[in-house]
Write a protein that binds this ligand. Structure first.
Ligand SMILES: NC(=O)C1=CN([C@@H]2O[C@H](COP(=O)(O)OP(=O)(O)OC[C@H]3O[C@@H](n4cnc5c(N)ncnc54)[C@H](OP(=O)(O)O)[C@@H]3O)[C@@H](O)[C@H]2O)C=CC1
Ligand SMILES: O=C(CO)COP(=O)(O)O
Length: 320
């Protein structure tokens, strides 16, 4: 039975633990909070996935060293926590496949998850697992398809290890395109939420998604990604899901901005920091990213939504 370790017992880490354990894998699930681990051991539930039981073959731990027992380690902490997590625990994880399950660009460094892995764990094999998948759907055993990207020849073996009868993984070697798809779609999900929250209408949302995708493609290609990757699950697939679903936290955050409503700052919204990071990278490299720049302006309070919409609509007319 292959063994898999998962760092981060939030909604996604716990959902992956359930799915992989139900498919017969031995799973070690790590969380930093001893009280949370004690509670999960007692109830066999994760508070972020109410009603879903953690199977017996999921071992819960606060010892990062226990993660080293896995043939593969999934990193399911939020993007802005990944670098700090690996600075603290990278030494025990180095030398094995490390699969980033987070979506975003690190604000401090401008790096994506595979580069953060390579910087902290030089002997590891970086990979990324991403695509359209709400944690609750995965935890309930609903059919899901994701992209597993790895530039190393171990990619096909990882694909086998992490696929289950209901969690179908498609393989890619384009780690840059795959991780950028997951990162950039969250920015567009915030924009989509703003459009709906501000009452701009579904036609405006369709325009936003389409032009948002064009800008995702532009940025990713400028960074060496393949266009086909962005058209796949991690880009187009996840863009469709999170720009149109009320389950998406990024969408709900944007909608609250559009409505001028309160949004709980404890909720993980990866697109906020990523909008800032990508807007800065795009400006430095001269890549035209009007939607991303507008999202960054609005969340930082530098532009009202009305001003952002006016600026987007008054750009020079151009070819599609
Ligand atoms: N939820 C979903 O549907 C999906 C999420 N993802 C991605 O998965 C990643 C994680 O999201 P998700 O699980 O939903 O987030 P959650 O908010 O549910 O959980 C985040 C987890 O990370 C832990 N964490 C936060 N900071 C640190 C840190 N510095 N060191 C160690 N652990 C830390 C939290 O611990 P604590 O409680 O102690 O703060 C918590 O267990 C994100 O990048 C997200 O985009 C991908 C697909 C689907
Ligand atoms: O990435 C996700 C689904 O693929 C989850 O989206 P949110 O983080 O916006 O909830």
């Amino acid at each position: 039975m292959s063994s898999i370790s998962i760092a981060g017992a939030g909604a996604f880490g716990a959902a992956l633990a359930v799915a992989l354990a139900q498919a017969g894998r031995k799973v070690t699930l790590w969380a930093r909070d001893p009280a949370q681990v004690a509670q999960m051991r007692e109830t066999r539930e994760n508070p972020r996935l109410p009603g879903v039981l953690l199977p017996e073959n999921v071992t819960l731990t606060t010892e990062a060293a226990a993660l080293a027992g896995g043939a593969v380690v999934l990193l399911a902490v939020p993007m802005q926590a990944l670098s700090g997590f690996l600075q603290e625990h990278g030494a025990v994880l180095d030398g094995r496949p490390l699969v980033a399950c987070c979506k975003g660009v690190d604000l401090a460094s401008g790096l994506g998850p595979t580069a953060i892995i390579a910087r902290n764990c030089p002997a590891a094999t970086p990979a990324v697992l991403t695509g359209p998948s709400f944690a609750t759907d995965i935890a309930q055993g609903l059919p899901t398809a994701l992209t597993l990207a790895c530039a190393d020849p171990v990619g096909p073996a990882l694909q086998e290890q992490l696929s289950t009868p209901v969690l179908r993984l498609y393989r890619s070697t384009d780690t840059t395109g795959t991780e950028l798809g997951g990162a950039l779609k969250n920015v567009m999900a915030i924009a989509s939420g703003i459009v709906m929250g501000a009452g701009l209408g579904e036609s405006a949302r369709a325009a936003l998604i389409t032009r948002g995708f064009a800008e995702m493609l532009r940025f990713a290609r400028a960074r060496g990604a393949e266009a086909e990757t962005l058209a796949g699950l991690s880009g187009f697939g996840d863009l469709v899901l999170t720009c149109t679903s009320e389950q998406s936290r990024n969408f709900r955050y944007g909608r609250a901005l559009g409505q001028g409503a309160y949004f709980d700052p404890r909720i993980t919204v990866e697109g906020a920091a990523t909008a800032r990071a990508v807007a800065a990278l795009a400006q430095a490299q001269g890549i035209d990213m009007p939607v991303t720049a507008s999202v960054a302006h609005v969340i930082d309070g530098r532009r009202s939504i009305a001003e952002a919409v006016k600026a987007l609509l008054s750009r020079p007319l151009k070819e599609e």
